[in-house]
Design a protein around this ligand. Structure first.
Ligand SMILES: Cc1cc2nc3c(=O)[nH]c(=O)nc-3n(C[C@H](O)[C@H](O)[C@H](O)COP(=O)(O)OP(=O)(O)OC[C@H]3O[C@@H](n4cnc5c(N)ncnc54)[C@H](O)[C@@H]3O)c2cc1C
Length: 382
């Protein structure tokens, strides 16, 4: 299955993080002719996820942005608002467009090899990479090795683990119902019986939108319950009774206080496996993009990848404080996000969620949140 014995770069897993690095490498003539191996369990033929993120300028994948919005809305029982977010835009990329785009580029380069199979184990000693793939053992000579297959937590007792899980439907209506100019980022008007729960709505046009039902809780729901909640939300809050479900997606993202290792025995963990999923929000796409650019810049400059800085400690601290509060139900998530959006400019909230604020900004934001639960959770984390 694996054709050659020696590669400059090997990627275990060929999803968002690996493809984001590989395409950047291929577009940079500095890396011409470098031998690359990408391994995944199966070819990407399905629209298995939809990425939303915000950005000020045109990003690396701007050509495949399916829809973008200048205004986002927030709803809760206490506060609702439409917010213009300039200079940011809220952007959406469909998984299948991303995969097609990346593999179309990859197909133009004979120096990139694709191999499919289940990666059971892998380890590295010097340049020697050992992989067990579908039960077969391979020993390769590898320059750099990147892994995006999430590894089990060796010390899970120490970390707080929540799941962000969601089901989404692309719904189509016979009449105009949606305002395509506004994306609903969070709508907390749904019941909070299971824990922090919200819906979001991404309208593509007046008659089509992706509607998602999302929870930050310890356990998944039975599949049928997501469907019922979606139906309720669409009927009660969007006031739509007749619609067709064009597509469905279901996802689970770990929200964990676990300290993901970036480098382990000469292998670089990337994407969710490398801790690029923000523990308190599940947003990952932009963190992957920023990190991928850094990786390629470092490789190009001949700098050691281990020198790429980790997420600043204080942001991990904020994430863990929020996780602790949600995990132990110290404060309902809808109240926290309501305060965040009600008392801060949306651009400031987005910058904060991007880990791009200054300490002074963060102190101002923290001051808008309920003091006591955050203080006691912070003391616990310290
Ligand atoms: C449905 C869904 C929606 C999401 N929406 C957003 C969003 O709107 N915004 C945002 O910022 N983030 C979002 N995320 C989170 C995050 O951006 C994605 O999970 C992203 O794909 C993570 O990239 P990755 O490369 O780490 O993992 P993946 O893209 O999942 O890539 C990992 C690859 O490894 C392969 N693999 C796994 N195990 C094995 C194995 N044993 N052997 C071989 N191959 C293996 C998989 O097939 C996969 O291709 C979403 C996640 C999901 C699941």
């Amino acid at each position: 299955m694996i054709q050659h014995q020696s590669y400059d770069y090997v990627f275990l897993g060929a999803g968002c993080a690996s493809l984001s690095i590989v395409v950047r490498i291929l577009k940079n003539s500095q890396f011409d002719g470098k031998k690359i191996l990408l391994i995944d369990k199966a070819p990407k033929v399905q629209n298995d996820r939809t990425w939303c993120y915000w950005e000020k300028e045109n990003g690396f994948f701007d050509d495949i942005v399916y829809k973008r919005w200048d205004t986002i809305s927030f709803y809760s029982e206490e506060y609702s608002s439409d917010m213009t977010i300039a200079p940011y835009q809220y952007k959406m990329i469909r998984g299948i467009d991303f995969y097609d785009h990346c593999f179309r580029i990859i197909a133009q380069y004979p120096n990139v090899e694709l191999a499919y199979g289940n990666i059971d184990t892998f380890s590295r000693k010097g340049r020697q990479l050992s992989i067990s793939l579908d039960g077969g053992n391979y020993v390769l000579d590898a320059g750099e090795v990147f892994n995006s297959v999430v590894q089990p937590d060796k010390d899970s007792t120490k970390s707080i683990e929540l799941l962000q899980h969601f089901k989404g439907w692309v719904v189509e209506t016979a009449k105009d119902f949606f305002n395509p100019a506004i994306a609903t980022m969070m709508d907390f008007r749904v019941h909070q019986k299971e824990g922090t729960t919200f819906s979001y709505v991404l309208p593509f046009d007046a008659r089509t939108a992706l509607v998602e039902y999302t929870l930050f809780t310890k356990q998944l729901l039975p599949q049928q319950q997501y469907d019922e909640e979606l139906k309720n939300y669409i009927s009660k809050h969007l006031e739509i009774e007749n619609f067709i479900v064009r597509e469905a997606e279901f996802g689970v993202i770990p929200m964990s206080s676990r300290r993901f290792k970036y480098e382990e025995n000469g292998i670089y963990h990337i994407g969710t496996a490398g801790g690029q999923t923000k523990a308190s929000s599940g947003y990952t796409f932009q963190f992957i993009q920023k990190h991928s650019q850094q990786v390629v810049d470092y490789l190009g400059a001949g700098r050691q990848l281990s020198r790429i800085g980790a997420t600043p400690k204080r942001f991990r601290f904020y994430d863990n404080v929020l996780l602790y509060i949600l995990y132990y139900n110290k404060l309902p998530g809808d109240r926290i996000f309501t305060r965040l959006f009600k008392r801060n400019k949306p651009q400031q909230v987005l910058r904060f969620l991007d880990n791009e604020t200054s300490l002074a900004d963060e102190l101002k934001i923290i001051a808008t949140l309920p003091t006591m639960p955050f203080l006691s959770a912070a003391m616990r984390q310290l």
